[in-house]
Design a protein around this ligand. Structure first.
Ligand code: GH3
Ligand code: MG
Ligand code: MG
Ligand code: MG
Length: 312
């Protein structure tokens, strides 16, 4: 199961990619029904009748785009629900619109100060609620798209270092909690300076694109991360994987099988990669950077030993 990202495109079903999800929270069944009826053509709708249920749904459902939140509810009120949403990383950024019978200025000010995107008073005007929901869903979609672009490498189309760093931090915490191993692999294209010198920078770019795509295809599991770490260097993150060597060997093979001619390589007649990898059981006292440093040392040794090889 993917543990860190709720926007990884590989995990999105086609229907999810086009339909946004709105969670309607109200203790009154009729209010829930009226809002659901109003918005059913605009989005996918989830319902909750109290604060606890709302929080649980927000944690479980990884793709809630907007919450329409009543304020006065028995048990936990809407303000408290919003405060708790904001306090958990998983739910902190979900947009919230209060829909409430509380009409005074202080209540509205309180709701907006807690971080609500909007505040609508009952009785609602259906057309205005619909328009406000539409506007906020559009903003959410734009924000998600920007975030996705900021985590994608422009040249190769795979994840970039920023995405890797975030995924690594989450996978690291998960590995400590679960006691499962965490594997990382560092990958570097061999004699790539010579490739550029001989074929030109444009051809070098195209070769990097092909290598990146081959690595991603060969990695296989949907929750493994292959990212461009910088230049002609790539990094892999493989949560829960015990046997790293066969996998890196498969990646090395996949790049070799691309058969990209490399007349100036002193290793082979085609483009090759070298890999260093580490399988670790991490604890609180370990440092993520040390794990990467270790993989990098093995990569360096793979280079020294003649390149086009894997060291784990
Ligand atoms: P080694 O086998 O030891 O890794 O040798 P190398 O030539 O690959 O290593 P070096 O670090 O000397 O050179 C890396 C080269 O990768 C130099 C740089 O021009 C090239 N490179 C880095 N990023 C890009 C890029 O985005 N596009 C292209 N075309 N080349 C790049
Ligand atoms: Mg109520
Ligand atoms: Mg290199
Ligand atoms: Mg390099």
């Amino acid at each position: 199961m993917p543990i860190w990202n709720n926007r990884c495109l590989k995990d999105l079903k086609v229907s999810d990619a086009f339909l946004q999800t709105v969670l309607i929270v109200d203790d009154d069944r009729i209010n829930r029904a009226v809002l659901a009826e109003l918005l059913q053509r605009e989005c996918r709708i989830l319902l909750a009748k109290d604060g606890e249920t709302a929080l649980q749904r927000a944690r479980d459902e990884r793709s809630i785009d907007l919450i329409l939140l009543d304020v006065s509810m028995p048990g936990m009120d809407g303000y408290e629900v919003l405060r708790r949403l904001r306090s958990e990383p998983q739910t902190a950024n979900i947009a919230v619109i209060f829909i409430t019978a509380l009409t005074n200025e202080q209540d509205e000010e309180r709701g907006l100060s807690l971080g609500a995107a909007d505040y609508v008073v009952k009785p609602i005007s259906p057309a205005i609620v619909k328009a406000r929901v539409r506007n906020h869903l559009k903003l959410v979609a734009q924000r998600n798209e920007l975030e996705r672009l900021s985590e994608k490498d422009g040249l190769t189309g795979i994840a970039n270092r920023r995405y890797f760093d975030k995924a690594f931090e989450l996978a690291w915490r998960h590995a400590i909690r679960s006691g499962e191993p965490l594997s990382v692999g560092m990958i570097d294209v061999d004699h790539f300076k010579e490739y550029n010198d001989h074929y030109g920078h444009g051809a070098g770019d195209e070769a990097l694109r092909q290598v990146a795509q081959a690595l991603e295809r060969a990695a296989g599991r949907p929750y493994d991360v292959v990212a461009r770490y910088g230049g002609e260097e790539f990094v892999m993150l493989l949560p829960g994987l015990h046997e790293l060597e066969p996998l890196l060997e498969r990646l090395r093979r996949a790049v070799l099988d691309l058969n990209l001619p490399h007349a100036r390589s002193r290793t082979a007649e085609v483009v090759t990669i070298s890999c260093g990898g580490v399988v670790a059981f991490v604890s609180q006292t370990d440092k993520p950077a040390a794990l990467l440093g270790w993989a990098d040392k093995l990569l360096y040794r793979a280079k020294q030993q003649g390149r086009n090889r894997v060291l784990v």
